[in-house]
Design a protein around this ligand. Structure first.
Ligand code: GDP
Length: 295
């Protein structure tokens, strides 16, 4: 679909050599190729610009111009820089507290409910935990039903309250039940809207204040590309979340959203969703994502 960066850079370095004189201005030209490749991968414009600046300094420092294969060296610099930017420490999910409380946030359709199920399944099967899932969406009965179905599939209890229109109360009642039943992790799946609105933000902020989660995870659809950054920023400004879940990476997106979100909100990406099944999740690997963005 896209020409990969390596081919593109090889081509433009060849052109430069044809000119007989390689200058910093020429390097700026090849950096434009890097920027274009990032934009093709749906990296946010501002991020792509900043990133190219960093790469430029590194490239000049390593004297790409005198390298035998400048295109390849340049690709390596870009790749390493991408991986470093998206990497980082402490990507584990905090399970402090008894029960540990994990709050899920994100727009409707981002994959929150599916990921809630996947996470419960992972904690149960790999960490020997006894999770309780909470359907805290008071607007869409279908969302509650969807979580119940997932709960049955993975054999994890789901808490919901028909008729209660107070999501804070539902969350607090769920925690009470978890304590009574010995559930050591409570995963709260909140309501999402198609677009960010004030009421949604107030609601989830109120749940946060009431339940004091040990971990707030922001779920975002990797296919939403450029929009993902704005959504992430608004949620982060309001909730100061702990980590990002990037869903639907089994699709054909190049995953530029990973880089944009990381560079703009500076929160680690913890897991990626790789399908609809309950075991279709992966720990986030910065190196793999760098490969994917470069194509
Ligand atoms: P929510 O509204 O945020 O709770 O989103 P859902 O969990 O209901 O997900 C919306 C749609 O995306 C559903 O059809 C899911 O099956 C699907 N979905 C969620 N995660 C993934 C994923 O990682 N890959 C794919 N292909 N589909 C996903």
């Amino acid at each position: 679909m896209f020409e990969n960066l390596s081919d593109r850079l090889d081509r433009s370095f060849k052109l430069l050599k044809g000119e007989g004189k390689i200058t910093e201005i020429n390097v700026a030209e090849t950096l434009k190729d890097v920027r274009r490749a990032l934009l093709d991968a749906d990296v946010n414009f501002k991020t792509a610009k900043q990133f190219t600046e960093t790469v430029k300094e590194k490239a000049l420092g390593q004297n790409v111009l005198t390298a035998v294969k400048p295109g390849q060296l340049m690709v390596k610099i870009v790749h390493d820089e991408l991986a470093e930017l998206m990497g980082g420490t402490a990507v584990d999910i905090s399970l402090d507290g008894n029960p540990a409380i994990i709050l899920m946030a994100g727009l409707q359709g981002s994959g929150k409910t599916t990921f809630s199920g996947k996470l419960a399944n992972l904690l149960k099967t790999k960490k020997g935990k006894k999770p309780l899932l909470v359907a805290d969406d008071i607007y869409r009965p279908a969302a509650i039903e969807q979580l119940r179905i997932l709960g049955t599939q993975i054999d994890v209890p789901v808490y919901s309250e028909d008729g209660n229109k107070n999501p804070v109360e539902i969350a607090l009642n769920a925690i009470k039940q978890a304590k009574a039943n010995g559930n050591d992790v409570v995963i709260i799946d909140t309501a999402g809207r198609l677009a960010i609105d004030e009421a949604m933000m107030n609601e989830i902020a109120a749940i946060k204040t009431a339940v004091k989660p040990s971990e707030i995870l922001f779920v975002v659809d990797s296919m939403t590309g450029q929009d993902a950054v704005n959504t992430a920023k608004e949620f982060n400004d309001r909730l100061n979340f702990d980590g990002v879940i990037l869903t639907k990476l089994d699709g054909d997106t190049r995953g530029g959203a990973a880089l944009s979100i990381r560079s703009i909100v500076n929160k680690p990406i913890k897991f990626v969703g790789m399908g609809e099944k309950m075991d279709a999740l992966d720990i986030f690997h910065p190196e793999r994502m760098a490969d994917r963005i470069l194509g």
